[in-house]
Design a protein around this ligand. Sequence first.
Ligand SMILES: [Zn+2]
Length: 314
Amino acid sequence: MSDPQWWLLDDLVLARSAIDRAAERRGDGDWVAQALVDPASRFVQVHQGHAVLEGDRLALSGPVAADVPASLLGIDDAGVAYFCAHFDDAPAIDENQRWADLRMPGSNLDSMDAGLMVASVALDNWSRTHRHCTRCGGELSWRDAGWSRYCSRDDASHFPRTDPAVIVLVRDGEDRALLGRQVRWEPAWFSTLAGFVEAGESAEAAVRREVQEESGVRIGSQPKDLVYLGSQPWPFPASLMLGFHAFAQDAAIDVDGEEIAEARWFTREQMARACESGEISLPPAVSIARKLIERWFGEPLPGDWSRPLTRPTR
Ligand SMILES: [Zn+2]
């Protein structure tokens, strides 16, 4: 099989990471305490899921005040330790710096910064929403250099959550691609179908269920009808997107109207025309959805949600 549509996606920008996470150091309290005050250590400043950037690079700082909690992100090839510092109140930043959401600069970051920022945002989202023990409501203390929390009342440890979600480019017998528009989206926004994996469900079953629920389209039942293509973290707030290609057995569309307002099959020609005219707008380059669509299409398509093409007026 040499069809490139079946190769694993290797250009998922938020899946790139160049840092050694050094998980074996997290439990070494003496080493962590020393690294936290080492002037050579670098800190990603995070606040409300945003990080400080300067141009297309993370603006890293030296050690932060002792009352700002920090999580160990890893160690680089030169032995420098990297942390993220979790600020409840945003600290002052330089004039040429800015607070950025991962979706905005994500595709411009290099592999080192992408890995640092994705982990920082994921840990920060978890820290802000999991301050109390889920068993007894007690206060939690930080452990493992920020990678776990501990409740002394019932001796329980808590770890960062990751919620798996499936996202799928569905094709039919005429090699058309199925895209949908969510009810809460702008009228021109179209993307691949996606949804969370439910409790006790496999990723494959979630793909079949979500596609049928949202669009009425049924995926074929053969193993070859569903192919896994790769994953990337999507910490908004805590997802891991699992990407698939699937073949439809029955292409009839019947949208649910609750989550999906509209679903359409596109030939490549229709897709190119709709994107070029601004009739539809696809997700930004940082998303796995866009990579799935462009993998099927065969080359990059113009415009995205953050850079919409305006429909020509006559
Ligand atoms: Zn507890």
